[in-house]
Design a protein around this ligand. Structure first.
Ligand code: ATP
Ligand code: MG
Length: 552
């Protein structure tokens, strides 16, 4: 990983011999949704740091402290996603819920220190009495409870004597603290709800600020990386650990990844799924890791993207065209070149014998000869792309029109001699002649041909459904619209073509392979495919709008 301000902090710590010169990070998702590309950045950062330092380690930890929103489905998806990105946590997979007993003991210690109390006020009242940036908070009348009374009440809270939301345990810090997070924050609340791992053992659950530092401390994390919105929580993180006198990791904040034309909040992504605006968490339009995977993104492209955007101390929005640029750079090296006609137009080669077929040689990747060659069938009847023919073509149009000659990739030169229209007046078939002396798509008489078209043989192609994707939102920053983000879903974010014709080699698709359909884009097979129907996703087009904007 290239140098960044986090590495500078770590290097300094190592020089001082802090933590016996260990580097130990963690990736701590809450299993309340699927991971998105922002999480991927955090994964690459945390696991990347562990890789960069000799003997460095990175834990995968589920921050599963809220039974109301969490679920095993999310745990499983997170494990799959981190694995798919290629990161290895070894035997360091942890669950915050395994620490519930320790959290509880630490809370008792805090009460015994006179630093925590049970408050009977409602969550609403507590929120209202916290004050503002200019006004101090109001002291709760329960703040002066004795240590013994607090111990007794807290135990009863744990035993389930009280209703959900009827009492909380709060830290006793300072209701006039300039940092509102320090105004007696809640550390435990009552939720009578089954937890996906601890069942009904607990009915009190720790708040994030209380649990997170303890989790880091228990796991002896040296550097606890989190996003910028937690900067104001750091004094609290430090306060808890100081009071308890336990191992004290260093919290370091970095900027969240934001991408334009999409959203990065799990809650909002969940709304898209639940209200069926998309077809699931792994809908290829989603910025989730599972969506990107289904769309055809490679782990390498996401890792490269994370590396190239680096880590910043200030929030910003990254152009999604840059993510696509990183994807193209990878796919250009690794994709198999094939031909697929999205919107087919029939072509009959009049001077090609009726029953003849022949096989032509095509290279699988011009960037890398180790991909080898394949044979593609040529026959009298072919398909080309509808948009590759114009009745009234302007002079700069190098594709087919009446009397014009073009090259069919890997095959022959053909000239259009006639065409036919259907009853709606739409061109429905072309009639062409081929030049047998141009086999392979080359002529030795020096004749210059500007247009090269992709095609498939009508005798040797397969039908497929092809799904084209565009940005999920039609404005750059849908997140700034609050809950109205829903009103900005791009109505053309999914285009389904039902009658595409693809080269026969795509009939047995390999879900581990990315294909480039020449001239059209990169594609991969979709999991909706079955023995009756093949579905391909367009991962990304060939046109790199980021390069165009950024490299003159
Ligand atoms: P969301 O707001 O999407 O729900 P979160 O921060 O609540 O995200 P967590 O499951 O708590 O989600 O996040 C796990 C880790 O991933 C945290 O360390 C968090 O800082 C990091 N993370 C989450 N979103 C981003 C992002 N957009 N960019 C970088 N890191 C992120
Ligand atoms: Mg969170």
């Amino acid at each position: 990983m290239k140098s960044n301000f986090i590495k500078e902090i770590i290097n300094k710590d190592l020089k001082l011999g802090k933590n016996r010169s260990r580097v130990h990070t963690r990736f701590p998702p809450e299993p309340n949704g699927y991971l998105h590309i922002g999480h991927a950045k955090s994964i690459c950062l945390n696991f990347g740091l562990a890789d960069d330092y000799n003997g460095g380690k990175c834990n995968l930890r589920f921050d599963d402290t809220n039974p109301a929103t969490e679920d095993k489905e999310y745990v499983d998806s997170i494990i799959e996603d981190v694995k798919w990105l290629g990161f290895d946590w070894g035997d360091r997979l942890y669950y915050a819920s395994d620490y519930f007993d320790q959290f509880y003991m630490h809370a008792i210690k805090l009460i015994n220190l006179g630093k925590a109390y049970v408050d009977d006020q409602s969550a609403e009242t507590i929120r209202k009495s916290r004050g503002t940036l200019t006004e101090p908070g109001k002291i709760s009348k329960y703040r002066s409870r004795s240590i013994d009374e607090n111990l007794k009440l807290f135990e009863q809270m744990k035993k389930g004597k009280f209703k959900t939301g009827s009492k909380v345990l709060r830290a006793k810090i300072d209701m006039e603290h300039p940092n509102i997070n320090m105004r007696d924050p809640v550390i435990y609340r009552i939720i009578h709800k089954e937890h996906h791992r601890t069942g009904s053992k607990w009915c009190i659950y720790p708040m994030y600020d209380w649990a997170h530092g303890l989790e880091d401390s228990i796991e002896k994390i040296t550097h606890s990386l989190c996003t910028l919105e937690f900067e104001n929580h750091r004094p609290l993180y430090d306060w808890f650990l100081q009071q308890l006198g336990i191992f004290h990791p260093q919290q370091i904040e970095f900027a969240r990844l934001n991408l334009n034309y999409t959203i990065m909040s799990k809650r909002k992504l969940k709304k898209l799924v639940e209200k069926k605006y998309v077809r699931g968490w792994d809908d290829p339009r989603m910025p989730t890791i599972s969506g990107l995977r289904r769309r055809g993104y490679t782990p390498q492209s996401i890792i490269q993207f994370s590396e190239k955007i680096g880590v910043a101390k200030r929030d910003g929005i990254i152009d999604c065209a840059f993510l696509e640029h990183c994807l193209r750079e990878d796919l250009n090296k690794t994709a198999y070149r094939v031909m697929g006609v999205l919107n087919p137009l029939k072509v009959t080669i009049l001077n090609y014998p009726k029953n003849k077929t022949e096989y032509l040689l095509a290279e699988n990747n011009p960037e890398d000869s180790s991909f080898g060659n394949r044979k593609i069938m040529f026959s009298r009847e072919l398909y080309i792309e509808k948009t590759d023919f114009l009745e009234n073509a302007p002079s700069k149009y190098f594709r087919l029109s009446l009397g014009k000659e073009v090259r069919l990739k890997h095959a022959y030169y053909i000239t259009c001699v006639d065409y036919k229209k259907d009853k709606n007046g739409i061109v429905s078939e072309l009639f062409c002649n081929y030049d047998p002396k141009t086999k392979g798509g080359w002529s030795d008489d020096g004749r210059k041909i500007k247009g090269t078209l992709h095609w498939v043989s009508a005798k040797d192609c397969i039908n497929a459904e092809v799904r084209l994707y565009n940005n999920l939102f039609d404005i750059e920053n849908p997140d700034s619209e609050g809950e109205n983000f829903i009103n900005h879903i791009n109505q053309n974010s999914l285009i389904i073509l039902k009658n595409s014709k693809l080269e026969n080699c795509l009939s047995k698709p390999d879900s581990n392979i990315n294909y480039q359909f020449m001239r059209i884009g990169y594609f991969c097979v979709d999991k909706d495919s079955n023995s009756d129907k093949l579905v391909y996703n367009r991962t990304v087009t060939l046109k790199d709008s980021w390069l165009k904007k950024n490299i003159k």
